[in-house]
Design a protein around this ligand. Structure first.
Ligand code: MLT
Length: 407
């Protein structure tokens, strides 16, 4: 059998697997060290009470003849799709049959390539969540990728493509820079997409962390976006579902792609076709869990957790700023993006931080070449660990920029 040789064009290992391996090796060699992990964006707060109650109830239902359910609708149960529309898209004119419930935004971001023609030009920001790049390489589009630099001098807003592209991946609040996009900047991308018959794939997995007014929670807040954008949302970071697995994708019925002959085809229809063929839906119990997030109590409980992480972000950001680091993000996002001291390479800083402070972060270069000399820390740890990590980093161990420049 022949393999899909596109896989050979990928880096040997997925970024977060590489980090996990390095950390495991260090821990094995240094068993007495207490390592604080602020690398992968995985949550630490337990699932909120209202969600737990909903799951218990659903489990019990499944044990009765009246309540038992087998296969559910591939697109998600009506009760959840309607609740999503009512809450997340209030006044945005999105309909329940434009929502597809899934087991994660990572899968959705990866699976969407199924409905994209092979010769499309794909614009991807740099730095970026590696899934967008890797899944396009797997699908044979390595040569079709155009990178949009995301630079500090431009407040980490990506530049518009210089050439015509068909697809643009955007993630805001951004992973990894932790920066939100103001409405007027996002509008430029929507206008570009309209003018160029392009589609925006908008990853809004971190929208629950937005605290500032002018930062949109959904791309559909921008006029015209309903004709050109697909949006990804996730309960992972919003409600701590990284282990439960539930997310959704919005594919408006007005978004069209074209055949080579120029015939218009609804992407909603294609995505529905793909979903019904390749997916049997998220379990009833988990969809009931997701629904509970939207109850009054559920909303409050989830908000408390988000505030907890935002406070960690502030602790990390303020601590590092005081020590002389240049720091971004952390206000509308659980990610803090810092400049490595003295222009250090980001993997070197990773090693130094691991060895001297026993703190794990993510090297910026892992997200793309424009991420070199930057480093990402997550606020998803516990408050105690966030405080301790910063204390360790600020000790005179050669880590802060002040310290390094003295030496
Ligand atoms: C990250 O750390 O970038 C995310 O946790 C990865 C993910 O959501 O898959």
């Amino acid at each position: 059998m022949n393999i899909n040789e596109n896989f050979l064009k990928l880096e040997d290992s997925y970024l977060f697997s590489t980090i996990a391996k390095k950390v495991a090796k260090y821990q094995q060699e240094n068993p007495d060290r207490k390592i604080i992990k602020l690398g992968i964006g995985d949550v630490t707060r337990p699932i909120v009470q209202k969600v737990i109650e909903a799951m218990h109830k659903a489990v019990n239902e499944m044990g009765t003849s009246e309540g038992f359910r087998g296969y559910g609708p591939e697109q998600g149960y009506e009760f959840l799709r309607n609740t999503i529309v009512k809450n997340d898209y209030k006044n945005l004119d999105i309909e329940a049959d434009e929502i597809f419930v899934s087991d994660g935004a990572k899968c959705d971001c990866g699976n969407i390539v199924d409905i994209i023609g092979n010769d499309n030009k794909i614009a991807i920001t740099d730095p970026v969540y590696p899934v967008y790049v890797d899944t396009n390489i797997m699908a044979g589009r390595k040569e079709n990728i155009v990178y949009l630099p995301v630079l500090e001098e431009n407040n980490f807003v990506p530049v518009l493509p210089k050439e015509r592209v068909d697809i643009i991946y955007l993630c805001f609040p951004n992973n990894p820079t932790g920066v939100g996009i103001p409405k007027e900047e996002l509008k430029k991308f929507v206008d570009y997409a309209k003018e160029n018959k392009a589609i925006i794939l908008y990853d809004a997995a971190y929208e629950a962390f937005i605290t500032e007014e002018n930062i949109p929670h959904s791309i559909y807040e921008i006029e015209g976006a309903k004709d050109v954008a697909i949006e990804f949302r996730s309960f992972s970071k919003t409600a701590g579902f990284t282990g439960l697995r539930c997310a959704y994708i919005v594919v408006p019925k007005n978004v069209f792609g074209y055949t080579k002959q120029g015939e218009k085809v609804s992407l909603n229809k294609l995505w529905n076709r793909r979903t019904t063929t390749k997916f049997n839906g998220v379990s009833y119990i988990i969809q009931k869990a997701a629904e509970a997030i939207y109850s009054e109590e559920g909303k409050e409980q989830v908000k408390n957790n988000i505030n907890y992480y935002l406070e960690n972000a502030k602790i990390i950001k303020d601590g590092l700023t005081k020590a002389g680091f240049t720091v971004f993000g952390g206000v509308n996002s659980p990610y803090i993006w810092l400049k490595t001291p003295n222009n250090m390479k980001s993997w070197d800083f990773f090693d130094l931080l691991l060895e001297k402070a026993n703190v794990v972060g993510t090297p910026g270069i892992g997200f793309g070449s424009c991420g070199e000399h930057y480093f990402r820390l997550t606020a998803f740890g516990t408050k105690e660990n966030s405080i301790e990590a910063i204390d360790r980093m600020l000790l005179d161990n050669g880590l802060s920029s002040n310290m390094l420049s003295k030496h």
